[in-house]
Write a protein of this length. Sequence first.
Length: 279
Amino acid sequence: MKRILVLCFLAALSTACYADNFIYGNNATGGSPYIFKIDKTSGAIVQTYTGLSGNNGRGVVVVGTTMYYTAANNSSIYSYNLATSTDNGSIFTVPGAAGLSTIAYDGTNFYVGDYSGTNQVYKYTTTGAYIATLNLANCTGYCDGLEYFQQGGIGYLIENRDDGGNIYDVYNLDGSLKTAAFITSSGSSTGIAFDGTTFFTSNLYSPGLNEFDTSGTFIKTLNITGAPSDFSFLVEDLSADYATVLPPPSGATPEPSSLVLFGTGALGMIGAFRRKLKA
């Protein structure tokens, strides 16, 4: 534990320290959506968000205290305040889309998967300004697992190949294919999340999360438990809290005085740990 704390202090000087312990999963319901908050260590559902907009849930993105989500039956992006448990309804729509599936976030903009039978992903600002349409070649339509992630400071998209498809390909941010079949999950896999360290894919019918390392190698399967009565397991899209996963935006560095104070405090605590270890 002491070693982990020391590493987090050191990591905080240059990048994010991945501390969030939860994965959020939107559920396909045929009715009003509901979203699980899942402890990614135990698999236990610790909270279920209800009273959401739309019909037949699909995508989810969490950024701090704001949760964004989509539904299979319309073109709206919805938002929800996690701090006040308030649904804000639709914040903008994607013209021409009969339905939306997964949604991802790069720290500035959304990537939203089409659920109208195309291989398109729409890039929008969080205020609803259209940026671009990407065509992801290996998607055969109705793809429902999409995530943004970074490796070596470079951003990528990862998406499955069809509705419930268990093969995930990596794309560059212009939509060109980077790595085919990077992850092969099990069963009917309908969502993917990246927590800054590992990938998680969802099992739609046998409730669980499959965990993979950053080379695409399978680690383990975690069973999901504890759904409230009458809330079935039909987990579609997944999200970690992007506020803890993504590094600070370019140019967003701490004030010099704050950095000095933080560094001094961190070094002091590290020194205290070292003295305790020697005692």
